[in-house]
Design a protein around this ligand. Structure first.
Ligand SMILES: [Zn+2]
Length: 230
């Protein structure tokens, strides 16, 4: 079983302009246990912003930025190709949102990128309020799309959490009230966050061990769900 996060430089090919470049990628990560730090907006708290930032890659030639998995790996050793110069980790997610907008990505994709930008900003010790706003706006837009077939109940919950963390407690309760059983979330979790919103508490909330276990450690529940979907 993996016990640590490891990152290594990998050579990839840009799907937009075919340039080759080296980008940090996440090689291993420890499995989730009930003691893993996970918050009520269902993200895993990572010990270094570089870990989350390694989930996206940015082409140094054309600035195309998207989930790392959209880039084709190349056998050429990474020392022979230009690396992505990134000084500020959360900024990668801002570039990814821009790329998504340029290519007409769905609002849910933009929301998930903005959410990761939000968490990455917190992991980097930066303000995250504008990221929360961006993610909430895009998630609202996704939910308004009648043709979108995603798990609406799950995202109603997530939007409720974003509203709560932004200080919009009434909005949070409204969204929590729309979470139905198809969210696959434990009713205790929804109730818990509703109570926190009602009491006017906007602080990020750590999940207790039994809920982490229920959500992420029970067999058959993919632990990847805390990380962004492609
Ligand atoms: Zn490119």
């Amino acid at each position: 079983m993996q016990t640590e996060f490891t990152i290594r430089q990998t050579t990839v090919v840009c799907p937009q302009c075919n340039s080759m470049f080296a980008t940090p990628t996440l090689l291993t990560m420890p499995a989730i246990t009930p003691q893993t730090a996970i918050e009520a907006d269902l993200h895993r708290v990572l010990p270094d912003p570089a870990i989350r930032a390694a989930l996206v890659a940015m082409c140094p030639a054309c600035s195309y930025t998207w989930w790392y998995t959209a880039f084709r790996p190349h056998m050429l050793q990474s020392v022979f190709v230009p690396p992505t110069p990134i000084a500020d980790q959360p900024k990668k997610f801002a570039h990814a949102v821009l790329t998504g907008r340029k290519n007409g990505a769905h609002a849910l994709d933009l929301a998930l990128l903005a959410l990761n930008g939000c968490w990455c900003a917190r992991e980097a010790g930066q303000p995250h309020e504008r990221w929360l706003e961006l993610a909430g706006g895009e998630l609202e837009r996704a939910l308004r799309d009648k043709n979108w077939q995603g798990n609406r109940d799950y995202y109603q919950y997530l939007l409720g959490e974003l509203c709560r963390q932004s200080g919009d407690f009434q909005g949070a309760v409204n969204h929590f009230n729309q979470v139905g059983p198809s969210s696959m979330l434990p009713p205790e979790l929804v109730e818990r966050q509703k109570v926190q919103a009602t009491s006017g508490d906007q602080a990020p909330a750590a999940l207790p061990e039994h809920l982490v276990e229920l959500l992420f450690c029970v067999k058959g529940k993919p632990e990847e769900s805390v990380l962004p979907q492609e």
